[in-house]
Design a protein around this ligand. Structure first.
Ligand code: UDP
Ligand code: MG
Length: 315
């Protein structure tokens, strides 16, 4: 029988356990043709998430496994830990709060059996606020403009990945991650299915606006060097404008004897150039910061225990 892992990263999700258990029980009942592993990753929660995970593993060790990270690393790295420990021939990534409906799973499995390696779920009719929806729409459009790799719109981490995709993703060890772009980058046969985003039933969202902005920036910086080119382009435009203005001044002064006002012209030039330079330095700085972080070659995460055991930790 083929084994499928459901990967469930969790940060302070103790309130989500009742609905999670209910949903996973449904998965077991409705898909008896597969062996199931529910792999939970505790991302440094400060509530009773870890105790609840231990309880589930104790009650049913055949299905429930859990990784305990040494601190809060963020969802992207928690997922990376999950890739390393998943045992399945395929993996489905889901949010712990079950905003991703389990009804889609049979359809995902169907396409996987048809030979697709990455069955991604696209949101339909989102319950997010207008601002969050519009900004994410704009962001995807912008990102797509910059890169040749096709990026799926309204698609997050909710997807089924074949073992071949998992092995590919495991080799991508960068720490400043935006996994959404990686799914596209690795290629493989892709197929989209649709789902209705559910309301969060329990607990609160763990993504602050700052964390979201950070993720968005990582997405751009990690997948394209277009902003660097933009900086050069901006520099070129500014110099060209300045040059044309210079010619204009020479002509007006010599032909018409027009005394060009000195102070405003100097100020405009200086401020314009200064601003352009600051932007360009900022862009270079953003990339440099990423090079700096990656060049330390630190592992993305550390694990305290696997299924409660210290010696279960992979080397
Ligand atoms: N999450 C995590 N580490 C974090 C933040 C979030 O593992 O530092 C998990 C969280 O437990 C959930 C998923 O990422 O399973 C999505 O988070 P959330 O539901 O808070 O985000 P939203 O649905 O509001 O975008
Ligand atoms: Mg959520």
């Amino acid at each position: 029988m083929k084994k499928v892992t459901i990967l469930l990263p969790a940060y302070n999700e103790e309130a989500s356990f009742p609905i999670l258990e209910q949903c996973m029980q449904r998965v077991l009942n409705e898909n008896p043709g597969y062996e199931w592993e529910f792999l939970m990753v505790n991302d440094g929660s400060s509530d009773n998430t870890l105790q609840q995970m231990a309880r589930l593993h104790q009650e049913d060790p055949a299905h429930w496994n859990y990784i305990n990270l040494s601190r809060n690393y963020g969802k992207e790295l928690a997922m990376m830990a999950g890739f390393d420990y998943a045992k399945g021939d395929a993996m489905i990534i889901m949010d712990f709060d079950m905003q991703h409906p389990v009804d889609v799973i049979p359809e995902m499995l169907h396409w996987w059996e048809e030979g697709y390696d990455d069955v991604y779920a696209t949101r339909q009719g989102s319950t997010e606020t207008w601002f969050k929806r519009k900004s994410s729409q704009l962001y995807y459009r912008l990102l797509q403009m910059f890169t040749r790799v096709p990026i799926q719109k309204d698609t997050g981490d909710f997807r089924l990945l074949d073992r071949s995709c998992i092995e590919a993703l495991k080799q991508m060890r960068e720490v400043e991650r935006n996994t959404k772009g990686m799914y596209s980058w690795i290629g493989f046969r892709k197929k989209g299915v649709f789902y209705q985003q559910q309301e969060r039933q329990a607990g609160a969202s763990k993504w602050s606006n700052r964390a979201l902005l950070n993720l968005a920036l990582n997405g751009i910086m990690a997948y394209t060097t277009a902003p660097l080119r933009l900086a050069s382009f901006l520099g070129l435009v500014v110099s060209l404008c300045a040059f044309l203005y210079l010619i204009y001044i020479i002509i007006v002064t010599n032909l018409y004897g027009d005394p060009v006002a000195g102070y405003p012209t100097v100020m405009v030039t200086v401020l314009f150039l200064g601003g352009a330079q600051l932007i360009c330095i900022g862009v270079i700085g953003e990339y440099l910061a990423r090079v700096f972080n990656e060049s330390k070659h630190r592992p993305g995460y550390f694990i305290s225990s696997y299924n409660g055991l210290k010696d279960g930790v992979k080397k």
